[in-house]
Design a binder for this molecule. Sequence first.
Ligand code: ATP
Ligand code: MG
Length: 190
Amino acid sequence: MSEMEPTPDARKTVLEKYNKGLVQIYTGNGKGKTTAAFGQALRAVGQGFRVCIIQFMKGRKYGECLAAERCLPNLTVHLSGLDSFVMRDHPAPPDIELAKQGLDLARKAVASGDYDMVILDEINVAVDFKLIPLADVIDIIQTRPPTLDLILTGRYAAPEIVDLADTVSEIREIKHHYNAGIKDRAGIEY
Ligand code: ATP
Ligand code: MG
């Protein structure tokens, strides 16, 4: 399996071969969008990429964030929300303010050149809830450095964002343990 071993110049090889980053979207009503994005981050970090994740509408360090702090210096995670539900029709002022801060962070992370991959977790929901303008997210996608890998997650991905992506996966619920009363398990939900 020697061809599977990470090589220090994997990023360089990708740039030489493709010279193009990919935009991916994980959306849909089933479980697995955020964890898919973190899985992609883990894969990229293993290959020597520098990855930044901005989590919209989240104010708690999930297990992935704790693992990154302990073990993965090339994976930076920012939280841009409160640790409480945002009400779709009545978001609290701090929900809007923190989402705007997340958007600013996203712009800076994308433009900085400090990262090879940027993940905007739950940004589709932040747009759908009107915490941040769709036009600003489109602008980030369209003006990104061409070699940056960009991932956007969350239910209700706007068709305009779907149009701009290279890969879009819709994760559909078939069943969920939530409906059997099993809620918010450490190691599964957070
Ligand atoms: P995960 O973070 O586990 O990958 P996700 O990002 O796909 O899930 P979100 O839509 O962001 O899911 O919802 C966050 C939480 O809601 C998750 O912890 C998940 O277990 C739960 N969840 C996801 N899909 C469903 C569902 N269909 N019914 C009930 N709860 C769900
Ligand atoms: Mg999620």
